[in-house]
Design a protein around this ligand. Structure first.
Ligand code: FMN
Ligand code: FE2
Ligand code: FE2
Length: 402
């Protein structure tokens, strides 16, 4: 039997740790697993907040059954988010708790029918509605597109707990402790939180900003997301970080993401790195896109103001993995960043030009830092001089938030 993890006297974690899934959304590597958090509020009525991914329900069910004891039932299931990592176990829960009433907004209920064919025993709620579970008042705050159209948060008024859905989440399973303040390796944890944010939520930053405005009016003692640990201390820090990330506020530093087949683009990359160092830039992250999953590169790009992309020309285009990265950045709607471009070509080029076009197409989001550096085959003295100039210009602009 596991230790029951209590958030407070009558609120318990009944989620699961998933250490089997290799990639979240079948895309983002899970180096340390992930948790799907669900919570049981025990009042006059038993309320389950969120559920878990299909095939992980055994642990979920065991925890719920242990807390409820024989003969007890779940009265309500509140669904903050219909993505199957939180809703997959619902059909299964319904067979075990047939009286359970499912609580969601109009969009949740539409998804519920389309995914699982469920139409009965439901309670439709609107923004700011309250469900009184007898000693537990649950207020629903609609926060669309954080991270799906139906997403909402649930606020438990008595204990001032915000069940925030995917917002404020993190990759990483819960390793025996429930609260963020019990994690000793803070840096590693914050890195994973940013990787989760930038990969999963970041595209919806504007919607998160709206949600942050909405929850500002609440007195919050605890934030319980659907992924990662629960926060009961340093809530100001947690909210400030998400505010900063979703406003695209960056730190001085440069990410270099490059590819090279025969070392010529690589040589230019080394020249740029050396020049950045000479210009006093202390935070330079170099990622070879062939060896590093884009998930980590996107995380670093989200954090730092400067990005320098390097590519050889490959069949008249950028190297395929550089093209993939650029398309991912476009998908993430990143903005307020500086972009430098360099590379090497052999015949008539095209790779670097397309990166310049990318910067021009998103000119309000990416400010191109000159000069563009492109060597014809091996870099010569002139190319190296331009590489140094690019580094110096980048360094000079890092301090300013445009
Ligand atoms: C498979 C392949 C396709 C290429 N396609 C082009 C091309 O379409 N246009 C061009 O100008 N150069 C092309 N090149 C030449 C490279 O861009 C050139 O050799 C460059 O210096 C390679 O840089 P690297 O040493 O950093 O890999 C190609 C090279 C390879 C190996
Ligand atoms: Fe989600
Ligand atoms: Fe999720």
């Amino acid at each position: 039997m596991d230790q029951v993890m209590a958030v407070t006297g009558n609120v318990f974690w009944v989620g699961v740790n998933d250490r089997e899934t290799q990639r979240f959304e079948n895309l983002w590597p899970l180096d340390h697993g992930i948790s799907y958090n669900a919570f049981l509020v025990r009042a006059e009525k038993n309320v389950l907040i969120d559920s878990v991914k299909a095939l992980t329900q055994e642990d979920h069910f065991r925890r719920i059954a242990e807390l409820l004891g024989p003969g007890n039932k779940i009265d309500y299931l509140v669904i903050n988010h219909m993505e199957p990592d939180h809703s997959g176990a619902i059909p299964w829960l319904r067979t075990h708790y047939p009286e359970m009433r499912i609580v969601g907004n109009v969009k949740t209920l539409d998804f519920l029918e389309r995914f699982y064919g469920i139409r009965e025993n439901i309670v439709k709620v609107a923004d700011n509605d309250v469900l009184d579970a007898g000693g537990a008042r649950l207020r629903f705050i609609l926060t669309p597109m954080v991270h799906w159209p139906e997403t909402m948060m649930t606020y438990l008024e008595e204990q001032k707990i915000l069940f925030s859905g995917d917002a404020f989440g993190s990759f990483g399973a819960l390793n025996g402790v429930l609260f963020a303040d019990q994690q000793d390796d803070r840096d590693q944890y914050l890195n994973e939180m940013l990787r989760y944010f930038s990969n999963v939520i970041g595209r919806y930053s504007d919607m998160l900003q709206k949600a942050l405005v909405k929850i500002k009016t609440l007195a919050i003692d605890c934030i319980a997301s659907t992924h990662g640990p629960v926060w009961r201390r340093d809530l100001d820090q947690l909210i400030a970080l998400h505010d900063k990330w979703s406003r695209h506020e960056t730190e001085p530093g440069v990410v270099i993401a490059y590819a090279s087949m025969y070392g010529h683009t690589l040589q230019l990359m080394e020249a740029i790195v050396a020049s950045l160092g000479r210009c006093g830039v202390g935070r330079v992250m170099v990622h070879d896109v062939v060896n590093v999953h884009p998930s980590y590169i996107v995380r670093d790009i989200w954090k730092y103001r400067g990005l320098i992309l390097g590519t050889p020309t490959y069949n008249m285009r950028p190297f395929p993995l550089i093209e993939d990265l650029v398309s991912l950045l476009d998908n993430k709607r990143m903005k307020n960043r500086l972009l430098g471009v360099f590379g090497s070509y052999g015949w008539s080029g095209g790779g670097v030009k397309q990166l310049v076009d990318f910067a021009a197409a998103g000119a309000e989001r990416w400010q191109l830092v000159e000069p563009v550096v492109e060597a014809h085959c091996a870099a010569g003295a002139e190319d190296f001089a331009r590489a140094a100039e690019l580094a110096a210009n980048m360094a000079g602009r890092l301090g300013k938030q445009d």
